[in-house]
Design a protein around this ligand. Sequence first.
Ligand SMILES: Nc1ncnc2c1ncn2[C@@H]1O[C@H](COP(=O)(O)OP(=O)(O)OP(=O)(O)O)[C@@H](O)[C@H]1O
Ligand SMILES: [Mg+2]
Length: 790
Amino acid sequence: MAEKLSDKEIENFDIEQTGQYPVMPLRNTVLFPQQVIPIYIGRDRSLKLINELGTKKRYIVVVAQEDGSIEDPTSDDLYAYGTLAQVLKVFDMPDNSKSAIVQGISRVKILDYVKNEPYFIAAINTLSDEPITDQIEIDALTNNLRQTFEDLMKVAPNLTEEHSGMLKNIQKPNRLTDRAISVITISNKEKQEILEELNIKSRIEKALNLISREIQRIKLGEEIQSEVHDEITKTQREYYLREQMKAIKKELGEDESTVELKELEDKIKAAKMPKDSEKVAMKELDRLSRIPTQSPEYNVSRTYIEWLVDLPWSESTEDRIDLKEAKAILDEDHYGLDKVKERIIEYLAVRNLKQQKNPNETVRGPILCFGGPPGVGKTSLGKSIARAMGREFVRLSLGGVRDEAEIRGHRRTYIGALPGRVIQSIKKAGKNNPVFMLDEIDKLGSDFRGDPSSALLEVLDPEQNHSFSDHYLEVDFDLSNVMFISTANYQDAIPPALRDRMEILDFTGYIEDEKLQIAKRHILPKQIEENGLTNKQVTFDMPSIRELVRSYTREAGVRNLEREVANVLRKVARDLVESKTEKIKVTKKQVHKYLGAPRFHSELAERSTKPGVVTGLAWTAAGGDILFVESTKMTGKGKLTLTGQLGDVMKESATAALTYVRAHAVDLGIDSEFNSNSDIHVHVPAGAIPKDGPSAGVSMVTSLVSLLRNIPVKQKVAMTGEITLRGNVLPIGGVKEKVTAAHRAGIKEIILPDLNRKDLEDVPAHVAKDLTFHFAKEIGDVLNVAVPKV
Ligand SMILES: Nc1ncnc2c1ncn2[C@@H]1O[C@H](COP(=O)(O)OP(=O)(O)OP(=O)(O)O)[C@@H](O)[C@H]1O
Ligand SMILES: [Mg+2]
């Protein structure tokens, strides 16, 4: 082993200025004078070099490769400057390679390679640093360098106290610089630059640059590092906190699903359900607590409990106590309809009394059915009743409902099952005593999916509806506080079992005077506002309204009237804008201008002037209506033709009528031969509409008698009634509707079967007062009024 040289010995090392030395290429290292480093020797040339070195004074030159990745460099791949070094020790490595400890002695310049094999041998020139010219400047720079290196020390993780201590002992600026550069992590190229720099000032300056840059690099790296680190720690922190929270909750018995379960339990208690339902809810809650939250079953079960707790088991509104106020609200929204309004006030009165006696008693809501033609205010009155009573209003349209499950819900075993519309509506109302309108109950359908009317039975039967069971809910809900109102146009189409359980209130339709009032008080103000107008801009005089009612609409209700009013108002609005006038007064003439020629005119006047034409009365879905029976005769052989889409009953009436007339021809003052020399044709106009019913019997006979006597029927007379072959007049139904319809059409006298006398009570007084009634026991009584013998 060679002696390591002291710094001083190196400074004074006596070497030839030029000489030939073996050269060892280094891949990744630049060796500085006085530096001692281990080198690894694995490559062929280098091994040969080491092996052939003698044992004494083993000097070599080490040179860095420009590109460290070259395995077998040529002399061109090596830098031109290197370091003369003493090999201090050589170790054998297990894999036949070696390592050596070398000590740098002096910078050298390679002049020429004299041999390349078996290893490089080069002629070199040793180099000394340039002499210092300005010592003060160098001292300052050196101080600076020390300081900067201290700064680097503080941030560089690979530098230790040992390094700084080592530097403190070095006094010579050139050595200090070499040493500082040798320990920092910079590229070989940069180190090589320092090695080649012989001017000490430049060398220190370059080193300063490199060290400062290194400080910055480390700081920047730290910053980026710390940012990344911050990010990680934040998410990690949250994660840990969450985990901790979970652990704490678990410890307290409150993990995520238990919190939800607790909430549901509170809700169940708050819902104040009846005992039975609460039991079911709690049982389901218990089941829920054992279902894993991820399971789809969990949601099904939770939804069910939510439905239960969301229902207004014990939420109700207070009914209005002040009857006067209630009446005022009803009157505010609707004109007339006194009977219905009275019924509501009565209900409120009864409720008041009962509650005074016993506040806990439930007063069953009535189950009403508003029956009547379209547009008479059935639906809209329902809403107004709710307002008057201070209750919530919900409406469920039954038109076209065919599936029982729509009313009563699907069993929970079905995917996506829900409660039926009744329970849904109750939930929507949020109270257990709303006014609940079952609209269009006569349009209920039924098919293979079950009969919805049987489900409705449970809703509407006062004996059953305190425990209505929905398939989905499975527990009973008390509907007895609900005020049910159903509506129907055609009462006969209501399933009988349902009809039987409801209190039917008839909306017969309005007479002209009522329509005028409704138009004036309700329709006009409403439509004026809806069309963006004010009372100041448009007024209607009474004749104009009457004209609208009489010549542009023919209906029991007021829906078309409302439509025509809106029609006029739209045109008024346009006129106002276009003509820039301030105000338009609508008169009868204006109505004609806006709506065109009158759409309806009195058929009565035209028709009933000819023999054989009779005004009958019919009962239709839209209330009552007048209908004409016409007969005519021509030469023939006694054939009877019937047209006008008559049903079987009506056809039979016609045949019976003809038989009666033939049998009683003489008594009736008719040529008894008429049947052998003429054919008779009976027609009931409006041929597209099927008609049936027994009540046209008297009209048929009268029509034939009028024809055969050749005397027109008395004007403005209408009749209805069934006949027997013996000429007795039998009673019929729908007197009220028929009479109001006749009144609407401008009839003045009405012939009714004697047995229908009692039904006149139902006819509104203001209608009855305009009419003369005749009661017929047999057909003769009819004929005496309608076609008196001359
Ligand atoms: N007596 C009345 N007073 C004020 N407005 C009325 C009156 N009757 C009906 N109306 C108005 O007529 C319009 C039609 O009424 P609604 O829709 O309630 O008729 P409906 O009887 O339910 O008919 P349908 O059988 O066709 O459902 C509503 O705008 C309503 O306000
Ligand atoms: Mg309606």
